[in-house]
Design a protein around this ligand. Structure first.
Ligand SMILES: [Zn+2]
Length: 151
């Protein structure tokens, strides 16, 4: 799946955030993890949000979460007509299984089915030649790997 054919506005990628976008380009979902207290950080930061340590490294995160809150956009975002084909757009705050809260789009879901507490899983979408973005979609009930109490 790719967004390469569109000209949607791209995120500003810095040295601090590049690992996040590059990993998603390769289908991986990574977050900063603190080497001192094991907290997962999002957004990327120079120091841990919990203990202030600068001992942060990029690690593969569990690609699952739970919808904390959501909104449905029925208008074109940022006056970019490239978004029109995706309307209505489902934007959510996702509580990741690794603890961080993330702002992300939910796809493959009807607006009327979207709800707080819904279990979702990551899938990555290409947005440029060297960047991808993690999005989420409903977790099918048979996917035991995404159960909240899975080891
Ligand atoms: Zn820490």
């Amino acid at each position: 799946m790719t967004d390469l054919s569109t000209s949607k506005p791209l995120p500003t990628i810095t040295d601090l955030t590049r690992p996040f976008w590059s990993a998603a380009k390769n289908g991986r979902f990574v977050l900063q993890k603190c080497g001192r207290c094991a907290t997962f950080n999002f957004h990327p930061k120079p120091w841990c949000i919990e203990c202030g340590s600068r001992d942060l490294s990029w690690v593969d995160a569990k690609p699952f979460g739970t919808v904390y809150s959501h909104t449905v956009s029925r208008n074109v975002a940022m006056n970019s007509p490239e978004w029109q084909s995706e309307i209505p757009l489902l934007m959510c705050l996702i509580d990741l299984d690794d603890g961080a809260r993330m702002y992300a789009q939910v796809t493959d879901c009807r607006p009327e089915d979207l709800h707080i507490g819904m279990r979702v899983e990551v899938h990555c979408v290409d947005i440029s030649e060297d960047a991808g973005i993690p999005k989420f979609r409903p977790l099918v009930a048979s996917a035991k790997a995404g159960a909240p109490d899975a080891a």
